[in-house]
Design a binder for this molecule. Structure first.
Ligand SMILES: Cc1cc2nc3c(=O)[nH]c(=O)nc-3n(C[C@H](O)[C@H](O)[C@H](O)COP(=O)(O)O)c2cc1C
Length: 197
């Protein structure tokens, strides 16, 4: 497991080799094993491949086009639109994407009471743990992965395409890697840790 933590990389180039259903279910099962706040297990995984992948990418591209036209949900993030377009290309190449939904999530723009906000934060932490479990399980199987939040550039379009209740949190692209990147830099231990005793 420690090897998987150290070996995992965000993969952005994938081969066309399909992932077996057994490997996909193993990866999702690892996601389901994650801890969750009050064991609420707020996650739902939509496994997208084949024709559904094309439909999903169409919705993604429509959202990015809307952001570019000026009818933007994220007007202060314009500088990241090029990155989002690249992410769509990566997802096109990846044979599988898993969209992860917070089934207990409220509308993106809804006002929350402090308690609702904490409930939401806890659910999102639970889902993040689940996503990380999936990335590590994939790494252990030699399958590359990319955690994707550029989906927020097409939030409405993707939610409409998904047609499911809750809040879309992230996507995970999966496939056999066609690149083997070096470790990306990390902040130094002494810069991020404060020891108190
Ligand atoms: C919450 C989250 C969202 C991310 N969203 C994207 C994304 O939309 N597109 C992308 O190419 N990479 C995305 N990444 C990958 C990060 O860029 C990557 O993890 C980081 O640069 C460190 O590289 P490494 O994963 O290879 O260690 C995301 C990572 C996280 C944790």
């Amino acid at each position: 497991m420690i090897d998987a933590i150290y070996d995992r990389r965000s993969i952005r180039k994938f081969s066309t080799t399909p992932i077996s259903e057994k490997d996909l279910t193993d990866i999702i099962q690892s996601g389901i094993k994650a801890p969750s706040s009050k064991n609420r297990q707020p996650w739902k995984y939509i496994v997208v491949q084949g024709r559904a992948k094309e439909e999903m990418l169409k919705a993604f591209r429509q959202g990015i086009a809307r952001e570019e036209r000026g009818d933007a949900l994220l007007p202060e993030s314009r500088q990241h639109i090029a990155g989002a377009k690249y992410t769509v290309e990566i997802m096109e190449e990846a044979p599988v994407s898993i969209l992860v939904v917070n089934t207990l999530g409220k509308e993106l723009l809804s006002q929350l009471t402090p308690e609702e906000r904490i409930y939401d934060i806890c659910n999102i932490q639970s889902i993040s743990a689940s996503i990380q479990n999936m990335l590590l399980a994939a790494t252990e199987k030699g399958i590359g992965s990319l955690w994707i939040c550029d989906i927020y550039f097409a939030y409405e379009e993707l939610c409409q395409w998904l047609n499911c209740h809750g809040q879309l949190i992230a996507a995970v692209a999966l496939g056999y890697p066609k690149e083997f990147p070096k470790e990306r830099p990390r902040r130094k231990m002494e810069d991020v840790v404060e020891w108190r005793s």
